[in-house]
Structures are given as C-alpha cells and as structure tokens.
Design a binder for this molecule. Structure first.
Ligand code: UDX
Length: 423
C-alpha cells in the first residue's frame, strides 16, 4: 500500500520505518528541515534501538521523506502522528492536529481516489470527529465516497518501540464505517495480533484508559512500597507474589522514583482536565499524579536524614533519562530531584549513558560527567534515578566516594550497602 505519515517525531518516524519494513511504500512528511536532512541521510534524530538500521535499509527506497503534502492524494491512507503536548491548563494542545488536518484537507480537495485519514496521535475523545473530520471536509469538495476516517492509537514504548510495533499485544482500529476500518486493518496484515474494532471515540479513550491504568499500577506499587519501607518489608518480593495472580499480572509493578516520559504524565493530566470539564471529580487519577510527584521528593528527604544539610555537599546523580534505553528526559524524575538538590545548595555531578546532552538543555548549570566513576569521585552521596543496566555492575566505583551513601530510586544496583526508596 502507499501510505503517508504526517510527523517525523517519535511515533511517526518509528511507524514509518516499521510500515516500510512491512513492505509498504511510505511517504513521511516532516516540517522541520533539519530532521528531514538527518533522516534522508539514513540517521534517526532520536535514539531508539534498531531504528538507524531500519532507516538505512529503507530510506530513499520505499521510505521517502519531505516537507510537503503533494504525495498525499497518491496514497491509500494518511496517518496523523503529530504531537499533542500538555497545555498550561493540563489539557491536550491540539494545534498541531489542526494544522496537519488543514494541510491534508487542502491536498485532498480534488482527489477522486478513495483515501483514509487515520489519527494515531493521542487525542481526547471526540477530537477525530469534531476537529479532524470537519477541518478536512471544510472545503466541501471531497466526495463522501472518497474519504474515510479512523482512529488507530499507538502503544509504543520508547526504547522498545520497534518491537512494540512489530509484535503488538493488540491493534485497535476505531472507525464509523467498515470500509475505512478494513483498509487500515489491511495495513497491518502480516502482524500476529488481535485486532480490536471499535467506534472512533472508543478508540480514542482506549489509549487514555490504557496509559492511566498502567500509571495506576506504578503509583499503587509506590504507595505499597512506601508502607513496606516503614515496616522493613521488601516490596519487590511482595509484588512478585501479587503479580503472579493472572488477574493482576507481573508487569508495571516496579516501585521506585515514579513515572516520567512524554506520555503518562501528560495523558493523565489531559484525562483529569477532561473529567473536570465534564464536572466529574477524578479522585483516583489525581492521586496517581500526587503519589508520582511525592516519590522523587522522598529521595531528597532520605538523603537529608542521612547526611544533614546538603549545602556544599557533592551529590552524584546517576541516570537522567526518564527510563533506560532512551536519551529522552521529558518529565524525568531526575529533573525535580536535581532542582531540589540545587535549591538546597548541593553541588550536583550528573551522569547518564545517553541523556547528558538532552538534560543539559533543561538544566545547564550542573556538572555533566562522562562516566559514573567521574560523577562518584569524592561525592558525599549518590542518587540513582534511572534503571540503566550498566549501573547494575557498579561496585568498586562507589569506593571513590567520600562516603558510601547510596540511595536508589530504581532497583538496579547489586551492592549490599545501598538503600532503596521503597525497599
Ligand atoms: C508509555 C506506554 O507504555 C506506551 O504504551 C505509550 O504509548 C507511551 O507511554 P513510555 O513512556 O515510552 O511508554 O515508557 P514506559 O516503559 O511505559 O515507562 C514509563 C515510566 O514508568 C518510566 O519512567 C518508567 O521508569 C516508569 N515505570 C515503568 C515504573 O516506575 N515502574 C514500572 O513498573 C514500569
């Protein structure tokens, strides 16, 4: 099939490369010229396992990238994969969805070929029907029989996005007409996954409900972990026992510093905003965020209890990315921790295997180190914020510290004298 993808960010780029891998002819549209040049040369502007190899294999063959929408009418379907960041009031900012819809509507106006527009971006329920569809149809020249609309949410985890695309747990296709949904189902032929067919608004809500539920599991585990810590109980042993109940399952029960990233915090805030607009009080959703905001603060409190005033103390912060296997620091739990440490007068020496550069653009005035050992040298304390596998073998490097005060926010270290946030 010929497929256009609007937006060369995380979701759009991974989806484009994977759709090309599935054998489709993909036309990726990205307005940022720097990104276009980078991707054209076969390189990914973001760090994602396996993506460079996949781009190099398909770029300029069955994967083309440009900044214009000219080829959209030649495609069978267009996926909208632009960002829906958090607005100042917590709601989802839909300005990029609007802009993409206008551009798609403009080029499709005189097309006589059947075309399906599929929204992949995470959008609040009704956005596809009340915003995307009217904008695309506003010129009144696209005939009803030539256009269909679908909502097809993505469930890609950063760092594991290619695997999640190629081996999904499920493919959700929301459509109001069968023909449009069938066409998008054909795009995924060859993938071995159940296809869930729903209405458009239901598909939009599946994404929010999935992310909110996963975040609930994490905040729940953190709350249980905080109680366990008081009682001297190992929450990881507890959750192993809990997770083996098939009604619960063992995933996303890792207690620690809480969740960050580009999706969970913003999607839960958007859901809270939506609920409040509907005059509902989303007590549980608000608690998920409250627990998540408290978790990193607990690490700094623990540190102060151990070493007193942080003023003038050197604190090594290991891990800046919001999780392992990515250079993304969006809403990373280490941001709040570093700012807290700085406010209390500590000297922060930070190290991350991939995310030093991205964190420097948010917090420029701390020391960035090229290894864990460099950060630990003469440090008064160490906080571990990301579950990078390379941290699991740290042991003798801690001897470089002035004193071995080590607090981990992710259960990753193997040394016996470190203290966990909830264990
Ligand atoms: C998430 C969803 O998993 C994905 O389906 C959606 O499309 C986008 O958002 P992502 O943000 O890439 O993916 O990361 P994920 O692996 O889900 O982790 C999110 C955060 O939760 C990380 O900060 C991670 O460290 C934390 N986490 C995860 C925990 O604290 N405990 C866990 O048990 C699991």
């Amino acid at each position: 099939m010929r497929i256009s993808v609007v937006g060369g960010g995380y979701v759009g780029l991974v989806s484009s490369a994977c759709l090309a891998e599935l054998g489709h002819s993909v036309n990726l549209i990205e307005i940022d010229k720097k990104k276009v040049t980078c991707i054209k040369s076969g390189h990914s502007p973001i760090f994602e396992d396996g993506l460079d190899e996949m781009l190099a294999k398909h770029i300029n063959l069955n994967l083309k990238i440009s900044s214009d929408y000219n080829d959209v009418p030649l495609s069978d379907a267009t996926f909208i994969c632009v960002g829906t960041p958090q607005s100042h009031d917590g709601s989802a900012d839909l300005s990029m969805i609007k802009a993409a819809s206008h551009s798609i509507g403009n080029v499709l106006r005189d097309s006589e070929k059947y075309h399906v527009v599929a929204v992949k971006s995470t959008v609040p329920p009704s956005t596809t029907q009340q915003l995307v569809m009217p904008i695309i149809l506003e010129n009144g020249r696209i005939k009803d029989q030539n256009i269909g609309f679908v909502m097809n949410p993505e469930f890609l985890r950063e760092g594991r996005a290619i695997q999640d695309f190629m081996k999904p747990d499920r493919i959700v296709i929301g459509s109001s007409d069968i023909k449009a949904g069938d066409l998008i189902a054909t795009v995924y032929h060859g993938l071995n996954a159940p296809v869930v067919r729903t209405g458009i608004t239901e598909a939009e809500m599946v994404k929010y409900a999935s992310n909110a539920f996963l975040a609930t599991k994490i905040s729940f585990s953190n709350e249980i972990g905080n109680i366990c810590k008081r009682l001297g109980i190992d929450v990881y042993e507890v959750m192993k026992g809990v997770g083996l109940d098939h009604r619960i399952n063992p995933y996303f029960l890792n207690a620690g510093a809480g969740f960050g990233g580009s999706c969970f915090p913003k999607d839960i805030m958007a859901l809270i905003h939506l609920a409040e607009r509907l005059e509902e009080d989303p007590i549980l959703l608000k608690s998920i965020i409250t627990v998540n905001e408290h978790q990193p603060k607990r690490m700094v409190d623990m540190l102060e209890k151990k070493i007193g005033s942080l003023s003038g103390k050197k604190v090594a912060v290991l891990g800046l990315a919001f999780k392992d296997n990515t250079d993304d620091v969006r809403d990373s739990r280490s941001i709040g921790v570093i700012l807290d440490l700085k406010n209390k007068g500590a000297w922060v020496a930070a190290y991350d295997p991939k995310a030093n550069v991205s964190m420097r653009s948010i917090i420029p005035d701390i020391d960035y180190c090229s290894s864990a050992a460099e950060a630990l040298k003469n440090a008064d304390a160490c906080l571990v914020m990301t579950e990078w596998p390379e941290f699991s073998s740290l042991e003798k490097e801690f001897d470089l510290m002035k004193s071995r005060i080590i607090i981990e926010g992710r259960k990753i270290l193997s040394c016996a004298d470190c203290e966990g946030i909830c264990w």
